[in-house]
Design a protein around this ligand. Structure first.
Ligand code: NDP
Ligand code: MG
Length: 385
């Protein structure tokens, strides 16, 4: 890489954020952590700031400001607090790439601000694309900003189309591990606990996405994310269950040829590719050996048992603010499931009810998305209580 890249890591204290810092640490002459932001984990943010010496840090939880400020007082690091400050700090002149690894809807406004400021985006926060994919991609086009995917499936698709940008995609095939409940029926799912749902077979991730993976909502969100990232129609996006998680996704071109991107499941690879594109830098990550995987298998997803996937396709079809409703309702039900307030299968029922009851807006603007998100959260809580 010719020029050093200064990275703003939004959500540096999370699963993706920590792995991003591992990547940055491996290439000190090429990559640097320019900004770090956290939700409320002040201790880890302080530790990371001392190690990476960023230009600025932000803690969203304002009650932790003094703690972070005092701990970093002796260092030349700016300290800010509050969600608004995250949306402001992304505009900083010295930032080249903003890696969005916050969880949920909280990523939307900072991502829009970063695009407005002309920053390259490395997108992990898929919820931003689900909520407002049309707005986000339109703004990125206007500003000439590239959005590179971090999500492993979308990174795989991107890696398959590099060198084929001028060729038509017939369809993409998103692979899904199937999660911890693959093959289970609704009777089994009606009694599963959060402890069972939090055990993902192949990936170690934050709590929200782990539940989303168990409920197949993660794949639903990824279908919508893929539509906007790659400009596809619904009938061009297939999902297939591939329990070994070795093929990270595939692209089928109009001549019928299929390209797949493969490797051991390790998020550091897509993270690294998103921030160092078009280069592939040398890594010491373990290599995949075909002999250890004599059979790679594939199954049709069970959309009758796991209704979330069907709900996400439905949201995609209906468009407007419906994917925003799907996302907000999902964030509430996942939170309530993690608090043992709602059963695993009820999650889809609440989401569906919200999608049918919140007023439909055909061409939403940012204010409509903000209002829809708020209204849906209230509605979902009302349904649950
Ligand atoms: P985590 O829950 O591990 O981390 C979330 C990060 O966001 C933490 O740094 C957290 O801070 C911060 N955060 C939470 N709420 C807020 C808020 N209101 N304002 C500001 N910051 C906040 O999540 P993951 O790393 O697993 O996932 C991050 C995103 O990446 C998600 O959108 C997910 O879908 C996506 N993704 C994740 C993958 C994975 O392997 N983990 C794979 C593909 C995509 P703190 O902890 O300090 O409170
Ligand atoms: Mg994924």
């Amino acid at each position: 890489m010719k020029n050093r890249r200064n990275i703003a890591v939004l959500g540096s204290t999370g699963s993706i954020g920590k792995q991003t810092l591992e990547v940055i640490e491996s290439y000190p002459s090429l990559l640097s952590a320019e900004v770090l932001t956290a939700g409320s984990n002040a201790e880890l943010l302080i530790e990371q700031a001392k190690k990476f010496n960023p230009n600025a840090v932000v803690i969203a939880d304002e009650s932790k400001y003094d703690l972070v400020f005092d701990a970093l007082d002796a260092l030349d690091i700016k300290v800010y607090a509050g969600e608004k400050a995250i949306a402001e700090v992304v505009e900083m002149e010295s930032i080249d790439v903003v890696l969005t690894a916050m969880v949920g809807y909280s990523g939307l406004i900072p991502t829009l601000k970063a695009i407005e400021a002309g920053k390259t985006i490395a997108l992990a926060n898929k919820e931003t694309m689900v909520v407002a994919g049309e707005l986000v991609t339109k703004l990125a086009q206007e500003k000439g900003v590239n959005i590179y995917p971090v999500d492993s499936e979308h990174s795989a698709i991107f890696q398959c189309i590099v060198g084929d940008f001028h060729n038509k995609i017939e369809k993409i095939i998103l692979t899904a591990s199937g999660g911890p409940f693959r093959g289970k029926d609704r009777k089994f799912l009606s009694t599963v606990t959060k402890e069972q749902a939090l055990k993902h077979p192949n990936w170690e991730m934050g709590a929200k996405i782990t539940i989303d993976s168990a409920s197949m909502m993660n794949k639903g969100l990824e279908v919508i994310e893929a539509k906007w990232l790659f400009g596809l129609q619904r009938n061009q996006i297939d999902v297939i269950v591939h329990p070994q998680s070795i093929i990270h996704s595939m692209v089928q071109f109009q001549d019928g040829s299929i390209k797949a991107q493969m490797g051991l499941p390790d998020m550091r690879l897509p993270i690294q590719y998103a921030i160092t594109y078009p280069e592939r830098l040398h890594t010491d990550f373990p290599r995949f050996n075909f002999i250890n995987y004599p059979s790679l298998t594939f199954e049709q997803p069970d959309a009758k048992t796991f209704r979330n996937l069907a709900l996400a396709y439905d949201a995609l079809d209906r468009g407007g603010n419906i994917p925003c409703i799907l996302n907000a309702a999902n964030e509430i039900v996942v939170g309530e499931f993690l608090r043992d307030k709602i059963g695993f299968l009820e999650m889809s029922d609440v989401i569906e009810e919200c999608m049918n009851k919140i007023s439909f807006i055909k061409n939403p603007g940012i204010e409509d998305y903000i209002a829809t998100d708020k209204e849906t959260r209230i509605k979902a809580k009302e349904i649950i209580s």
